[in-house]
Ligand binder design. Sequence first.
Ligand code: NAD
Length: 490
Amino acid sequence: MIYKNFINNRWSDAEFGKTFDGVNPFTEEIIAQIPASSEPDINNAVRAAQAAFKDWSGLTAGERRDFLRSLANNSRQHAETLAKTISSEMGKPFKDALTEIDDLAEYLEYYSELARDQVGRLVAPVDQKSMSLVQYEPYGVVGCIIPWNYPLSLMGWKLAPALAAGNTIVMKPSEVSSLSILHWVELAAREMPPGVINVVTGFGQEAGETLVKHPHVPIITFTGSVRTGKRIARLAAENLKKVSLELGGKDPVIVCDDVDVEIAARGTCWGGFVNAGQVCTSVERVYVYENVAKKFTDALVEEAKKVKIGDPMDDATDVGPMASMAQLNNAIEKVNLAKEQGCRVLTGGKRSDKYIKGYFFEPTVFDKIKDEMDIVTEESFSPIIPVQKIHSMNEAIEMANSTKYGLGCTVFTKDIERALTAANKIKSGTICINNPLMENIAAPFGGMKQSGIGREHGIEALEEFREVKHIFIDYDYRNKSWWFGDKGGQ
Ligand code: NAD
């Protein structure tokens, strides 16, 4: 099937007619030809979004709410079709893809209401007959650059608050998961005013960078790797654009010796292997108290062996294939390097031979880890969990803080003092106690250190997409004593 860009509510070929292949990671078949867009396509989309901005930003928040609700309703109505697209292009189990659509609809509903609340504040006046209003305004055209691991919910994290705040949008989906977003605009966004949502597919260096550099796009919101985030920040700095960056992580789990190790092992297994380890907040390292380390590690290995890898459309499947051949190769490289550096594979560690085709990688647990190894310091974005022993909470905190990342962290303990000590001292955007990878749409999500700049979710995400203006009003219409010359003012 041949796909097109979505600009001004119309389908259009890439200006130079170039395409690339969309591949199903389970069957390894080519399932689509997707436009490899370039500068003229981005320019067309930005023009459409600019033209739509005046009317869209001029709607009342209640009118925008109705549009966002219809996006949410349409998403729910077409949930099965959209979930099948996600499964077929990036390998996520269908049942997990369905929850992604539900999340997307929830974001749309939440921000449709939240944006009806405050659009500013009134601060104490400097003179008796004056007022200082602080007003929040949309930026204009928001450039959204989206990764492949949760194509529709991560799109929603950006699109819902950006639209609710009154901005219009040009989106550049990942090369690996463009179809989910193209199907979504076809099924859900047809009733939107033309130009409010535009989708231009293509490669990061060409389509993505053109969007980042475009002079009429004052704000870029990006989710993806630290490397690309740094590149985008450098490009955006040329025009002093606002950027919000949701980047990678190396999230630790700390397992204390007061817990039920079976429960901690099950939670850790899920947190490390869900979505084949391709979650920004995946469990990427485990620090376990020495006196329960053997019991915990044995339980984790048993849990890892029970994970059912298979056809994403099969209800019994826990974990599908890696999203792409590149991701499979990434996992293989990470494991080979870890083995070279002296780690021991306790289970997994290789491409699965369960199927003749498909980019499957076995859930992997390592021990014999040293602090300086790449498997401890660099994000793997793969189903790989290295386990290290620790002797105290202080040591665990030091280790947790030892990488350049600061996205999330989980602590398993029943001891409130240990839990809160860790929560206060670990430098990460989210801390979960006894339940990894938990989010709350109303609470901010994002990274400290090199895991990002800015926040998604909650009121904080709405603020990312609104500029702040001070409006000073003097209603004592008289000459002022400090103005030049003596005009008899007070
Ligand atoms: P990526 O950085 O390779 O690509 C992300 C997006 O950026 C894609 O759309 C890509 O086409 C585009 N891109 C690539 N180079 C670009 C450039 N030079 N200019 C503009 N755009 C460019 O990341 P990925 O492989 O798609 O996603 C995996 C990474 O994303 C992991 O590091 C993961 O931790 C991170 N991630 C973070 C979060 C979060 O919320 N913090 C969520 C999901 C994923």
